[in-house]
Design a protein around this ligand. Structure first.
Ligand code: MG
Length: 229
């Protein structure tokens, strides 16, 4: 089985900080005084796509590479500044590192597919104490649709030898409705990582298993096995 994880709100408790960094970067670079951070409102819940949509909304023309890069660079530096100001803003979801280790120990493949940009995503993982260098990963710069990013992560897992191309058991673990939708588009399994309103949204959309964290590793593993095709 290959288990592919989202980052914000899933491996890392960084969703609120991520929203705050987006608001600040959009205000500074694009002069946007208020923007939605409900990522369901955008064509795709991934940073390159959000940046393109915001640029087009403000300037009325398609964003060029340098426009996107300027937003990304400012976003990353705001995130780094926030971390320097207060070191404990970024925490991993309880049990995340242990659960990744357990999966690997039991012979399962682990990969990461995030809607975040590469530098910010890696910075978050590092700040949260999640070892990520050896995990096959795909980011916002790889594709706009989340489903495509997940598919790229799956291919990288095969290339890097952590998953067999003949094994159809693939599960995505995420916190957003967009994560569930992407998993369905790909015909792979899905397990939710959410509580409160996000959990309700996922359950209403048909998610069978939604966990608040990774602490109950036994039950989480069971849910992964049950949902994997
Ligand atoms: Mg997320």
């Amino acid at each position: 089985m290959l288990v592919i994880f989202d980052i914000d709100g899933t491996l890392c408790r960084t969703s609120q900080l991520d929203d705050d960094c987006w608001r600040l970067a959009a205000r500074e670079i694009l002069g946007i005084s208020s923007m939605s951070t409900d990522w369901n409102d955008y064509p795709h819940s991934t940073d390159e796509s959000i940046a393109s949509a915001l640029h087009e909304r403000v300037h009325g023309v398609e964003a060029g590479r340098q426009d996107i890069d300027a937003l990304r660079d400012r976003f990353v530096s705001i995130l780094q500044e926030a971390q320097e100001t207060s070191q404990d803003q970024m925490r991993q979801t309880p049990g995340a590192s242990e659960f990744i280790a357990r999966l690997r120990c039991e012979g399962h493949g682990v990969a990461i597919a995030t809607g975040g940009w590469t530098p910010s995503a890696r910075f978050k993982l590092q700040s949260c104490g999640i070892e990520h260098e050896s995990i096959p990963s795909a980011f916002a710069c790889d594709a706009h649709p989340r489903a495509d990013i997940i598919e790229i992560a799956r291919k990288r897992a095969i290339e890097q030898g952590v998953h067999s191309g003949n094994d159809p058991s693939v599960v995505y673990v995420g916190d957003g409705l967009w994560d569930l939708i992407a998993a369905r588009q790909l015909g792979i399994g899905f397990v939710g990582l959410a509580s409160g309103q996000r959990e309700s949204l996922l359950r209403e959309a048909g998610a069978n298993d939604v966990f608040p964290d990774f602490v109950d590793a036994e039950r989480f593993l069971e849910a992964l096995r049950e949902t994997s095709p």
